[in-house]
Design a protein around this ligand. Structure first.
Ligand SMILES: [Zn+2]
Length: 261
């Protein structure tokens, strides 16, 4: 089937659906200059990241973790000049058309919000790079109340940011490899699972299908019979999927134009 034929078919399903969930991965932000984590020749997520991207490693040496892992592996996300692309903007149009629809994103880069995405229709399931919390396992108020700034100026001297309430190390509000989606309310994992169970259409966008939330989405669709769409240069590793074999920045504006027509 040609891309146009499949786009027409997907647009019809989206228009007829009472709820659509768009599940976004790193591929959506590649045109904005942020490298995909796990796939492609530029992938930065090798053994190194799997080893360092854990709570255990953070607690073992917070200063080294902030300097080596956080500032080292996330240089592109932390740049201030990154901008959303046509894929992010098309999702905003789709959300405004249908306030019951939802984007669940694995991306911590904040580009959905930068594109003007409505807050109530966005779940950043892996957290966000620009919020920080207390890493204590006790009930310190700094765990539930993210702040937008930490002082990283002392890292070279081994000084890491500490919680003003309890002096535990401060950490980014992002899901690490040895943590669970339910580990912090900000990830809204329960709401995401419920939305995936209730969706008539689930659109995977630029995701490698390799994380927990994509497995949840595939299982939800198998149970509910929801239409599954894959916007990606690579085909989905599961059967019965409507494939839009194009980059998100190409396919999503064309989909949005058809749905809004
Ligand atoms: Zn604390």
């Amino acid at each position: 089937m040609s891309l146009d034929t499949t786009l027409d078919q997907v647009a019809r399903r989206v228009r007829a659906a009472s709820s659509v969930v768009y599940l976004c991965g790193a591929g959506l932000s590649v045109p904005s200059g942020i490298r995909a984590y796990r796939t492609g020749p530029d992938a930065v997520w090798g053994e190194y990241v799997l080893e360092w991207g854990t709570r255990a490693k953070f607690l073992a040496d917070p200063a080294a973790w902030w300097k080596t892992f956080w500032l080292g592996a996330h240089a592109e996300v932390l740049r201030t000049d990154i901008a959303p692309n046509a894929g992010h903007r098309a999702l905003v149009e789709l959300m405004r058309r249908s306030p019951g629809d939802l984007v669940v994103t694995q991306n911590i880069d904040g580009l959905h919000r930068a594109a003007g995405h409505p807050d109530a229709q966005l779940i950043e399931i892996h957290g966000r790079h620009d919020r920080f919390i207390c890493a204590s396992e006790s009930d310190c108020p700094g765990v539930a109340q993210p702040v937008s700034r930490v002082d990283l100026s002392g890292l070279d001297a081994g000084v890491f940011p500490r919680c003003p309430s309890c002096q535990a190390p401060m950490r980014p509000l992002v899901l690490l490899f040895d943590e669970y989606y339910d580990g912090h309310d900000a990830y809204q994992a329960h709401r995401a699972r419920r939305a995936l169970n209730d969706a008539d259409v689930i659109v995977f966008i630029g995701t490698s299908f390799s994380v927990g939330i994509t497995s949840t989405a595939v299982r939800s669709a198998q149970v509910s019979g929801a239409t599954v769409v894959n916007v990606n240069l690579e085909p989905a590793p599961v059967p019965g999927v409507l494939e839009l074999r194009a980059g998100a920045e190409v396919a999503l504006p064309r989909l949005s134009a058809r749905v809004l027509a």
